[in-house]
Design a protein around this ligand. Structure first.
Ligand code: NBP
Length: 472
């Protein structure tokens, strides 16, 4: 193949990289492909069909020489040091005006650092969050690009061609400068954690309190997916309950150890929200529950010692499936509301100037948190672009208010039964705190002033006050 003819190059031919290469080639663009370990490139080259516009490359020099200028190089390697290692190798062989794109799950602080240091060498850096896993990469992911706008234009046509489509619109749009794309992807993952926690709690409720079998659970989730809860995560949940284990023939779900792993994006979301003083309790608790799930031995010991709180009484506290369904819809809205409120604050604090209607649009297809609900969310930001919280959108607030009794019923019943539903509890508590004008925080402020002279403001006058609490 001639040199310098490929529209884009991909470095990293693991699951995501190789599927993106195939997706890009399917859409009529030519792609150069390189992987650090040559054997991986060779193996990938062996899978290619004649006529596919893909050029496997066996050195960085060959790879860079195979790209049209300005060169667009997309890095699809493990987030962290590997990205810096690839950039270090690329810088000497690239030229000013070339574009490096990081399509991995990089920490937004790393992206900010890379944007700055590469700009000093005249190289553009785009941080692009990509969601949808292997299937999304192959057939249409949701893409969240951020960085210098002028660097997005040359790759826009490729991104729009390969991204998922929702109502005919590509699930990709330029989101903002610097790390805007990776920040939005991070919050996407935080919402993903929150919703997965909620769905797992509906499983616990219907299995433990109602005794539903795996087949019945599969039917319930399929039924939910056909309605207002339609979403990727509910859809795959239904399929998971049908799957049999190849080796034992039993339901696969029943032989999977209940220890949930995490790669860090949920934790980053919680940490960054806390830095910005944005409450995202559903994301916080989802991260905490994954950590708690890993304390397997301790939980086994506690299950024996703390029996008085265990047991599932077959009493009136059993939830009704329709209430569980309503509680999930309400808590999902609340979880997305926390994520979008986080983005609203981050956008101002970090100068991203995010358009939240665009964010909702990009998440409508191809990604893990795609859901029918995002149509309502997109509509809310279309009506009111500066909406600080989705719970202030009239249609959504009306829906959540009407579902609150179901949410409270589910939380109350589960609490009496000893079934842990921290996701639902946090959603209810967030809702109740958010809709309560008077909170007992005046007492906290009085305590702070008492022991630390931290001062307080008054309800009846302007100014800052301090009381000498020790003098009666
Ligand atoms: P991995 O995250 O498993 O990374 C493997 C790739 O990184 C291989 O190509 C490997 O090359 C390369 N690599 C490593 Br490790 N260290 C390197 C180094 N120092 N220099 C050059 N290359 C290096 O791949 P993935 O699962 O395809 O994910 C890629 C990115 O996409 C990650 O950031 C991931 O978080 C993100 N992501 C993944 C998914 C998913 O479903 N898997 C979904 C969404 C986003 P080698 O062959 O030479 O070891």
């Amino acid at each position: 193949m001639d040199r310098g003819i490929n529209d884009i190059g991909i470095i990293g031919l693991a699951v995501m990289g190789r599927n993106l290469v195939l997706n890009i080639a399917d859409k009529g663009f030519s792609v150069a492909a390189f992987n650090r370990t040559t054997a991986v490139t060779q193996e990938f080259a062996g899978t290619l069909q004649p006529g596919q516009k893909i050029q496997p490359c066996y050195s960085l020099e060959e790879f860079v020489g195979a790209l049209t200028k300005p060169r667009a190089v997309m890095i699809m390697v493990k987030a962290g040091n590997a990205v810096d290692a690839v950039i270090e190798g690329l810088v000497p062989v690239l030229e000013p005006g070339d574009i490096i794109i990081d399509g991995g799950n990089s920490y937004f602080g790393d992206t900010d650092r890379r944007v700055k240091s590469l700009a000093e060498r005249g190289i553009h850096f785009l941080g692009v969050g990509i969601s949808g896993g292997e299937f999304g990469a192959r057939y249409g992911p949701s893409m969240m690009p951020g960085g210098p706008r002028e660097a997005y234009e040359p790759v826009r046509v490729i991104f729009e061609a390969i991204a998922a489509k929702a109502d005919g619109q590509p699930c990709v749009t330029y989101l903002g400068p610097a790390s805007a794309g990776h920040y939005v992807k991070m919050v996407h993952n935080g919402i993903e954690y929150g919703v997965m926690q909620l769905i797992s709690e509906t499983y616990a409720l219907m299995k433990m309190a109602l005794g539903l079998t795996n087949d019945e659970l599969a039917r319930v989730y399929a039924d939910w997916d056909a309605g207002e809860l339609n979403s990727y995560l509910v859809e795959i949940t239904s399929k998971i309950f049908r799957r049999r284990d190849d080796s034992t023939g039993s339901y696969l779900i029943d032989v999977i150890l209940g220890e949930a792993g995490q790669l860090g994006t949920g934790m980053w979301t919680s940490q960054s929200a806390m830095d910005l003083h944005v409450p995202v309790p559903n994301i916080d608790v989802a991260v905490a529950m994954r950590s708690l799930s890993a304390l397997e031995e301790e939980r086994a010991l506690a299950a024996r010692l703390l029996t008085s709180v265990g047991g599932v009484p077959k009493t009136a506290s059993q939830p009704h499936i329709e209430h569980v369904r309503g509680a999930l819809r309400a808590a999902m809205i609340i979880t997305y509301a926390q994520g979008f409120a986080h983005l609203r604050v981050a956008s101002k604090a970090l100068g991203f100037n995010l358009n939240l209607e665009d964010v909702a649009g990009v998440w409508r297809g191809g990604c893990i948190i795609r859901a029918l609900l995002l149509r309502d969310i997109k509509g809310a930001f279309e009506r009111s672009p500066e909406l600080p919280n989705l719970l202030l959108d009239p249609p959504l607030s009306h829906e959540v208010a009407s579902l609150r009794p179901a949410l409270a019923e589910v939380v109350g019943g589960a609490t009496i039964s000893g079934i842990p539903v921290p996701g639902f509890m946090n959603a209810l508590a967030y809702l109740d705190a958010y809709r309560t004008e008077w909170l007992p925080s005046n007492l906290i402020q009085a305590q702070r002033d008492y022991f630390g002279a931290h001062t307080y403001r008054r309800v009846d006058r302007d100014g800052i006050f301090h009381t000498d609490w020790l003098t009666e």
